[in-house]
Design a protein around this ligand. Sequence first.
Ligand code: GDP
Ligand code: GDP
Length: 453
Amino acid sequence: GFLDEVGALPADEPEWVDDVTTQPVLAVVGRPNVGKSTLVNRIIGRREAVVEDVPGVTRDRVAYDALWNGRRFTVLDTGGWEVDATGRAAQIAAQAEVAAQTADAVALVVDARVGATVEDRAVAKVLQRSGKPVLVIANKVDDERVEADAMELWSLGLGQPYPVSALHGRGSGDLLDAVLAILPEAPADRDPIGGPRRVALVGRPNVGKSSLLNRLTGETRSVVDSVAGTTVDPVDSMVELGGESWRFIDTAGLRRRVSHASGTEYYASLRTASALDAAEVAVVLIDATESIAEQDQRVITMVIEAGRACVLVFNKWDLLDEDRRLKLEKEIDWELRRIKWALRVNVSALTGRSVDKLAPALRTALEGWEQRVPTGRLNQWLGELVAATPPPVRGGRQPKILFATQAGTRPPRFVVFSTGFLEAGYRRFIERRLREDFGFTGSPVGVSVRVRE
Ligand code: GDP
Ligand code: GDP
C-alpha cells in the first residue's frame, strides 16, 4: 500500500516539484455521441487515442498531447469522466463545470444535425458562467447542406459556431487555428545547452574528490577557464570518460586542495551549490570507510533540491573489509532510503578500481532526468493505477483524479489534476509506481497536485 512510503522523504518538497507550468489544456465537452472522441482524434492526428465504438462506454484514456502550427497543448476528452450527479443532464453539466475549472479553454461539441438540445443549453450556461474562453463546435457538418443548421447554434450565446466534420476532417484546420488563438502560450522548455554533459563532483571534505578528479583526468587533463580575469576563477575540467568528453564544473578548489581553515565549510557549500546549479548531473562522493555522516546527507539534500540527476559513488573501496562492507550495506539501506533511485558505483580513486563504471552510470542518470512519458500513455497508466488503488477518503470525501500531464523534464515533473487534496503519502505512492513502470533511474521525480473543485 502507499502508506509504506510515508516518512521516506523530508516533509518539505523541493521548490522545483511545485514550480511547474503545464502546457495549455483544452477540454472537449458535450453530450454523449456528439463526436467528442472523434474530434479529439482529429485534433491529435490519431496518434494516441482510440475511439470506442460503443457509445457511453467509460474511456480509460482522457488526456492527450496535441501539436498544431508548432504549438503544443493538452486535449482532454471528458467523455470518460465520472462525476457525482444524478440524472444525465446534471451529470453532463457537472462534467462541463469541472472541465471549465481545470482547462484553459473549452470546446463545446454539439451535433449540428440535431441542433441545440436542452442539455446543450444547460452546458452552455455553465460555460458562460465559468468565464473561460469557449468555442462552440458544430459537429457532423459533413457537407454544405448542414452548414445552415450549424449557424443556428449562435443561439447558445457563446459566439460564432465552428462547423466541422470530425469524422472527415472538414473545417478542422480553421478550428485548430481558433483553438490556438484562445489558448495561452505554452511555457518554453528549458533547452539543453549542448556541448559536453556537465558534471558536479561533490562531497564532504576528505572523501577523495581531488584524488578522483586526478585519477579521471590523468595525464590528459585540460583545464577550461570559464571566467577569465577574475580573482577567484571558477575553473572547469574536461574529462574523457567512456569515449566521451564531460565537463566537470568548478574544479579549481579540488585541484588546488584548499586547506580546511575555519569558514571553509561554508565556502565549500556555496561552491557546491553553484557547481550543482551549473551542472546536469552530480557525482556524490562518499567515503565508504566511514559512517554516512550528517555532512553527506546535507550534500545529497542539496542535489535533490537543485533537481539534478545523481550518481552515488562510494570511494576508498580498497580499504574495505568484509565486516565494513556488510555494515555499509545496512547503513545505505537506512540512511540513503530517500535516494534509492540513484545508481551506486564503488570505486577506489587510489587504485582506479571500477572508475570505468562511472560513465555508463552518468549516462543512465541523464536519460532518466530527460525522460518524457506521452500524455495518452501516462493517463492510461494512471487510470489503471487509480482504479486499483484509489486515493484515501478525506473528510468523508473521495477525491477524484481527473488526469495528469508531465509538465517538464530535467528533472521529470508531473502534475495530477484532482477534485480534492491528495496527501503526501499518495503522491509518493504515485511517484514510486511511476518509477517502477517507467524507470527514471538516477533522477529525482516530482509529483504535484492541482485541485479543482
Ligand atoms: P462522443 O460520445 O461524444 O465521444 O462521440 P463519438 O466520438 O464516440 O462519436 C459518436 C458517433 O458519431 C460515432 O459513431 C462517430 O463515428 C459519429 N461521428 C462523429 N463525428 C462525426 C461527423 O463529423 N460526422 C458524422 N457523420 N458522424 C460523426
Ligand atoms: P577531498 O577533500 O574530497 O578532495 O579528498 P582528497 O582527494 O584530498 O582525499 C582525502 C584523503 O583520502 C587523501 O589522503 C587521499 O590520499 C585519500 N584517498 C582518496 N581516495 C582514496 C582511495 O580510493 N583509497 C584510499 N586508500 N585513500 C584515498
